[in-house]
Design a binder for this molecule. Structure first.
Ligand code: GLY
Length: 609
């Protein structure tokens, strides 16, 4: 059964069971600052899980099915083995406060055994044994006992059976995994050879997450407003089983790529196994690069761009040096596009841009490869030791500090993988931490503190500051008025204030009519005239969300937030400052309404004293 058919069977099964199909979201989650990339199918449903948005209003359903493109950097060093990839597709079904454990397990079992006819004897299940916060999931054990003998239902702690949140805070919960047993022969561990054993006997196939908790940044767990289901099953792994292969790279999702790479003998004189592993790395990383580029990410030193650069250069690093050929890379790109374009139609439109970006990056990296790396390392080491000890201690050895690797990377573009390959050693985790540290600093610098709107700038006169504060409160009124006039699907996409005007971006599919503009303007002015008090309260983010405060998802909120209320009309998470009473705002006037980018409208407004 080819992957196209497996994907379709999954979707059709859940459609038949009344789920609504939702398209895969972008790998670049632009309205969620808590993560760099989309790593799971649940991410686009996060505002629903949190209760910030109502799926019934937005999508006219509470239960969904999707095949989500995902990218996980956590598995980068695992790529090359039988089952890991950075880019993969995740089949998933989701329930937002509708069905829970019983139906989720029943549906999963039915799909695997009745639709795909997997051998029941090959299936095992795991459950959460509990910890100091959450008790043993005996409900799940009870449900599984309807389908599986007790000895194939195994309990584990949070390491294996607690999922999420992606990022530091967000929805999460205990999970139950379905594992596939390739052989029934236990390894040397004998009876301890169980799901999650590293011998390769088992493969985790499907993860059913019982998402009823919220973890805040301080590590505090609270309950979400309702119980949700989030499941994820790797298409590649399911294809492996259905196509009776030994590893994902033999499935139709990789086989053409693998064949092309291996036939071309691009790795030089390496052993058979080395050739195989390198081919797997190249096929995964080129595929991942194509998908990241297609979603608009460009090569860079930071955040998403850093990840893209890292995998693309790592793919190039596999080649024997004189053999790197851009045209060959382009051929691989076309193999990827051809395989996926039917399901991800945008790939064809993005092809030229992908090739153009790759060429620029390729040329840049080719220059790096010509550098005398030994000399650069020597230079960096000596600069570093001068800084540390105030004198040159004489660099020695092939060990690099995380900071040195970071400098070599950011200054010369030398990837950590390349440095490792040519015999330098360093602690990769420390290096990743160094990257994270710098990313956090740059994010903090780039982010306008919400609510701040540059009001702390000493260059502003008191009159200017007061005008901006009035605009700021007016922005909250505009946001709420838009939601009342156009519907609750209106979501803030951006906001900018100076002392002459406010600017507010929001998602809405078409131009507003003059009548809608008039209604919004009137609603804001009516509220202003009611002389409503503007008050604030401090609370946890989870509490704010539970109370229905509007949030701006591009913002990365701290654990404790301030919620500003304007009478009963508006409630929004915000850092202030605001006026004390709406009467201070003055008369509100919409100056323009136009498109800002695809699906996003932009309103500019002024206030009269
Ligand atoms: N969200 C479920 C998973 O990624 O396994």
């Amino acid at each position: 059964m080819r992957s196209e058919k497996i994907r379709k069977k999954f979707i059709d099964f859940f459609l038949k069971n009344k789920h609504k199909l939702v398209e895969s979201s972008s790998l670049w989650p632009k309205d969620d600052a808590s993560v760099l990339l989309t790593t799971a199918g649940m991410q686009q449903f996060k505002p629903f899980f949190l209760g910030i948005r109502d799926p019934q209003i937005d999508l006219n359903s509470k239960i969904f099915v999707s095949s989500q493109r995902c990218f996980r950097t956590s598995d980068i060093d695992e790529v090359g083995d039988a089952t890991h990839a950075t880019f993969f597709e995740m089949l998933g079904n989701f329930s937002i406060g509708a069905y829970f454990k019983d139906e989720a397990i029943n549906l999963a079992w039915k799909f695997l055994t009745k639709e795909l006819h997997l051998n029941i004897k090959k299936l095992w299940a795991t459950y959460f044994i509990g910890d100091k916060n959450v008790k043993t999931d005996s409900e799940t054990v009870k449900i599984w006992k309807k389908f599986l003998p007790e000895h194939r239902i195994i309990g584990y702690g949070a390491h294996d059976n607690w999922w999420g949140p992606p990022g530091k805070s967000g929805p999460c919960g205990p999970c139950s995994e379905i594992h596939y047993d390739f052989t029934s022969q236990p390894c040397v561990k004998k009876e301890k050879c169980l799901p999650n054993c590293e011998c390769g006997r088992f493969m985790e196939l499907w993860n059913l997450v019982f998402m009823e908790y919220y973890l805040d940044e301080a590590g505090k767990l609270s309950k979400l407003p309702f119980k949700n289901i989030d499941t994820g099953m790797g298409l590649e792994r399911l294809a492996l089983i259905m196509q009776k292969k030994q590893n994902i790279f033999e499935t139709d999702l990789y086989s053409t790529l693998m064949l092309k790479i291996r036939q071309n003998k691009i790795f030089g004189q390496v052993s058979e196994i080395e050739d195989l592993i390198r081919a797997r790395i190249v096929s995964d990383h080129i595929k991942g690069s194509v998908f990241l580029l297609a979603d608009g990410i460009n090569f860079g030193n930071k955040e998403q761009g850093y990840i893209l650069r890292r995998i693309f250069r790592r793919a190039l690093d596999q080649f024997q040096l004189p053999n790197i050929d851009l045209n060959f890379i382009f051929e691989l790109v076309d193999v990827v596009i051809k395989k996926y374009a039917k399901n991800f139609k945008y790939l064809n439109h993005r092809r030229q841009d992908i090739l153009d970006q790759m060429k620029i990056e390729f040329d840049q990296y080719s220059k790096v490869l010509k550098l005398n790396i030994e000399a650069l390392v020597k230079k960096i080491k000596s600069e570093n030791s001068k800084k540390q000890f105030g004198e040159q201690t004489g660099p020695s050895g092939r060990h690099l500090s995380a900071h040195e690797v970071f400098v070599l990377y950011t200054t010369y573009g030398l990837s950590p993988d390349r440095l490792k390959k040519i015999g330098f050693n360093f602690n990769t985790n420390e290096f990743e931490k160094e990257v994270e540290k710098h990313q956090a600093i740059s994010r903090a610098g780039a982010e306008k503190k919400f609510g701040g709107h540059g009001l702390n700038s000493s260059k502003l006169s008191p009159e200017q500051k007061s005008k901006m504060t009035r605009f700021h409160t007016a922005t909250h009124l505009l946001h709420q008025a838009l939601r009342q006039v156009l519907g609750k699907t209106v979501k803030q996409q951006g906001s900018d204030i100076n002392y002459e005007r406010l600017r507010f971006d929001f998602d809405y599919p078409q131009k507003l009519t003059q009548d809608q503009i008039n209604q919004v303007e009137k609603m804001v002015n009516d509220v202003i005239k009611k002389n409503l008090p503007v008050t604030f309260e401090k609370m946890t983010l989870a509490e704010a969300i539970r109370r229905g405060a509007l949030a701006f998802f591009k913002e990365k909120y701290p654990e404790n937030v301030t919620v500003y209320s304007i009478g009963d009309f508006s409630k929004e998470i915000c850092g202030g400052p605001h006026v004390k009473n709406t009467s201070e705002i003055g008369e509100f006037k919409i100056i323009s309404e136009k498109s800002s980018s695809a699906g996003i409208r932009r309103i500019k407004a002024s206030i009269q004293p």
